[in-house]
Design a protein around this ligand. Sequence first.
Ligand code: 4AZ
Length: 242
Amino acid sequence: IFGGSKTFPGAHPWQVAVLYRPKGQSGAFHLKCGGSLISSCWVLTAAHCIEAENEYQVVLGGVRLDKQEEMDQTIPVIQTIMHESYRETHEAVYNDVALLKLKVTDSPYCAKETRFVRTVCLPDQSFPAGKECVISGWGATETQAYSNHLLNARVLLISDKRCKAPQVYGSVLDNSMFCAGILQGGVDSCQGDSGGPLVCESDGTHYITGVVSWGINCGEKNKPGVYANVQAFTSWIKSRMN
Ligand code: 4AZ
């Protein structure tokens, strides 16, 4: 996260760290991406975070990457489901969503709800351009490749019209994505934040409105972050969870 600040435990209880290690190996898991807990046994992340050759686990509840915390829940991923129309070109990433199915730890639960672990709602509405929402993650900052501490930042939703302007991203954008950030630059998601949440609040309820997907560099003027548009995938998500 560029231009962000440190969060406190429980501020983003749906935030997941998606960790990976090569299949068949026995060493430590390393950060791959972020994700969002949408039900006890399902995490929403980005399709570009998932490779068949890897094993995954998720860590919930914590804010620090470098050590176990009392509030952490570490859960193995038993299945990965990428969107069938996920596609990456030189210019953009399309339909960049995936689901991670978690292992049942305490039947019927996978993740257990605590002060630090909670689900986020799927959106049932779209939010207007100019709406202030929040991004979070352990990804790159202005000064380092990863942040040890979970960071967050406020970003504004940007209209498709402005984001499709030639000096921004032009016509490569489609309805599977939207832009958010600050067009002047300085506040943005970045590498390592991918798959993580862009959450908008309405009447006290938090909605997972975007999944960190791609962008040209981070924090640059006229190159805002691009997010998978969760609203466009709610029926896909619900059908895959059943
Ligand atoms: C990435 O490489 C990435 N500034 C993620 C987000 C953004 C750019 C790159 C948005 O995963």
